[in-house]
Each structure stands twice: as structure tokens, then as C-alpha cells.
Write a protein that binds this ligand. Sequence first.
Ligand code: APR
Length: 172
Amino acid sequence: MGINKIGDKMIKIIKGDITNQETQAIVNAANTTLLGGGGVDGAIHRKAGKELLEECKKLNGCKTGEAKITKGYNLRSEYIIHTPGPVWKGGDKGESKLLENSYRNSFKLAKEYNIKTISFPSISTGVYRFPKELAAKIFKKVALEFQESFETIYMVCFDNQTYDIYKREMEK
Ligand code: APR
């Protein structure tokens, strides 16, 4: 397991289904409507239940790179932080900055809610086709910036390839 420790503050790369995480918050790789979709967004909405969609409807969407928070409903997590990551368009349309914003704004919002344990999926690297290796570098950069403010930060990878890429990046 890829682990980065500063004192007792940990960044852990694990393989699994983020909807099973027991952290205070899990982060959803949403879209700008916040009304659900496929991938991890679909899994989170299925498990959280229809009340999540009711709360999301009141949020009036979310801009790419920004983040909004809801309750976790039927999930073990108290909160879900929804952030639309960027769609990959070749890399020269500010995608890296937008992905960085998604991580940074999610961490900032979690801090505002005094959240100490948080789980992220590999934002934008599925349907939005953001390259996994570059995404891992961006996650690592922002997670290290916020590491002191959290007990444990998890990156929950759904498949082996993603897990290997994030683990390797953390071990550099
Ligand atoms: N737990 C953890 N990770 C998951 C899960 C899960 N249950 N299901 C999928 N993933 C992983 C994918 O394998 C990928 O590595 O989440 C990562 C992000 O992939 P997507 O869910 O496709 O998200 P993204 O690439 O950001 O695209 C977002 O897809 O589902 C729609 O509504 C969503 O329009 C938005 C777009």
C-alpha cells in the first residue's frame, strides 16, 4: 500500500469501492449538473439513496473545479463533497489547473467542516479521460499541501492499473 506519513498524518493509496469507505467525507467525481451520472457518481448516488438527489437539486449545479457538500445519507460517510473535474481536451485548455482546483477546493471545504478523514476517487480519469499518471501527480501535489490538516487522506482506486499508478507516484 502506498503510504506517505508525516508524524501521524497519513496519505494512503488503497484499492476498493469508495462507497464502502467509513471516512467522515467521501469525494464524488461529479458533473456540473450534480444530478448524478455513471461511474463513481452513479455508484455514490445508488448507495446514498434518492434523498441525495433531492439535496443536489437544490444546489443549482457546480462549476468545473469547484466543490459543494451534501450529507451522506445511506452511506457510512457523514458528508459527500461533489466536484466536477475537467474533461481531458489534450492538455492545453487548462485541464491540469482545473483538476488541481477540484482537489484543492474539496480539501478547503472539508477543512471548513472540520473533517479529519477523507476519501477521494481518481477524479476525471474515467469518462473524462484525464491521463492517470498526470492526475496522480496533481493529487500528490495538493494532498501534500493539505496533509497536516487531516488525520488520513485516502485515494481509493477502483482498478489495479489506477492503484499501481497512484502508488508509484506516492513512492517517488
Ligand atoms: N469507487 C471508487 N472509484 C470508482 C468507483 C467506485 N465505486 N467507480 C468508478 N470509479 C473510478 C473509475 O474507475 C475512475 O478511475 O473513479 C474514477 C473516475 O471515473 P468516473 O467515475 O468516470 O469519473 P470522471 O472521469 O471524473 O467522469 C465524470 O462521469 O459518471 C459521470 O456524472 C459523471 O459526468 C460525470 C463523469
